[in-house]
Every structure is written in C-alpha cells, then in structure tokens.
Design a protein around this ligand. Sequence first.
Ligand code: 6PG
Length: 261
Amino acid sequence: MSTQARPGSATPAEETSPELTVLADAKQVSNAAAEEFVCLARRSIESKGEFDVALAGGSTPRAAYEILAKDAAKLPWEKIHIFFGDERCVPPDHSDSNYGMARDALLAHVAIPANNVHRMKGEVDAPAAAEQYEGDLRRHFRLSNGNPPRFDLVMLGMGDDGHTASLFPNSIGLTESSRLVVANWVEKFKQHRLTLTFPVLNNAAEIMFLVAGTAKAKVIGEIFVKKPLFDRYPVQQVKPANGRALWLLDRAAAQALPARR
Ligand code: 6PG
C-alpha cells in the first residue's frame, strides 16, 4: 500500500494495490479529486480522443464537481462522456437524484453535449432502468456479450456501513457476476437503487474514492489497518484487476491509520 501517492501521479497500469492519500479536510479531498479528474481526462483524451467517467453521488464528490465547473475551461467537455456509478430511484429533478446533483453542480455549467451525458433513469421501473443502462453501456463501449466496459475513471464514495456505489452490505447485487447494472434492493431503505456492478468497477483503469468525515474512520481502520482475510464490507470487493485504486481521505476518515511521517 502506498501512502505517498499524489493526485495525477503516473502509475503503471498493472498497479493493483490501493494508494492512500490523506488530506487535511473534505475541501482538500474535493480539490485533489478535481485535480486528478483533470489530469486523467487530459491523459485519456490525448491517448484515445475521449474520456469516459462514472460519477459518484455524495457530498464530497459534489464539492469536486463544483470545482470542476469553475475550472471548466481546463477541459474539452465535448470529448468527455459522463456516466453514473449509481442512482436513487427518483426522477431527475428530485433532490435525491445523483444525476440532478451532478447537473446542478457541474453539467449545467460546462459545454458538454446532451448526448455525452448518460444518466440512469431513476424515474422508471428499476429492473427496466438497469437493463436500459446496460444497453447504453454496451452501445457506447461497443461491447460484445460478456465483456464489461473499461472506464477511464470511476469515482466512488463509501458509506459508513462500507457500501460503495449502491452496493450495500448483504444486498443481492454484491454477488452479481455477469450483469453490468442491477436494480439492487436495499433493505435499510426498503427500496431499489440502480448500480454498476463489481465486474464493471473492477475493470476500470482508475478508481478514485472520496472519503471524508469521522463516521468513515471505523471502516477505513478495519480495511487498511486490521486487513481482514475476508471481505467484510462491500467496498473491499473493489479490486481493479488491471487498474489503480486511489483513496483520497481526509484526516478525520483516516484517523485510525498509523501516523504518517
Ligand atoms: C450515493 C452514493 C454512495 C455515496 C456514499 C458516500 O448515491 O449515495 O453514490 O455510494 O458515495 O454513500 O456518500 P458521502 O460522500 O456523502 O458520505
């Protein structure tokens, strides 16, 4: 495990161990995430002419999107395709909508063509919406059956119960091995959430976790200090096979980690 990683630092594609970067506070996490987003987007656009990114919901990502919106001129947005890691089953204008949040914080402020924004349809029947989104992914990434897409970047958060995207503890979506998107029943909310599955997350070139706040410290400590032999939390199932997992943590979330030099 590296604790020295810097946003934007070049990392070999075969790197699979997580990199941890601890920053002073949530604001610094958002700043670093926006900086990393810009670096990765430029790199992908230079190499393949396009940047395919899946956004996360949550408060820290929102602040990162606002920074990106202010710095809109840094990127050619027409070459960026925005997807979502998960969505709540609500219409796009609902205050819980991840798409609605990203639209308000970022997408409405940058010159991105409407066709480049691929949202999960939280307002339609959840299994049908999951199937539609899987179709969107298959078309955009020109996938042959059985292959997951390779995102240039997947942004993720982590809940204090160890969930990531909408892959919650004990939910059926945790074991999905073939579908790219599922309508995952979340018992604690008594509702479905739409979510990308682990085969998709683990095929990404870059995963960037944004984790801030004391409430996350226990799970972070259990994952990175106790290092259990089995995956107790959904977030531990994120293990990109041929990619990098970068964790941007604030000091509060990282308080159980050993003191840094
Ligand atoms: C969502 C998410 C979810 C989120 C975590 C962390 O839509 O709720 O995508 O996985 O990232 O719950 O959220 P915070 O960063 O707000 O704590």
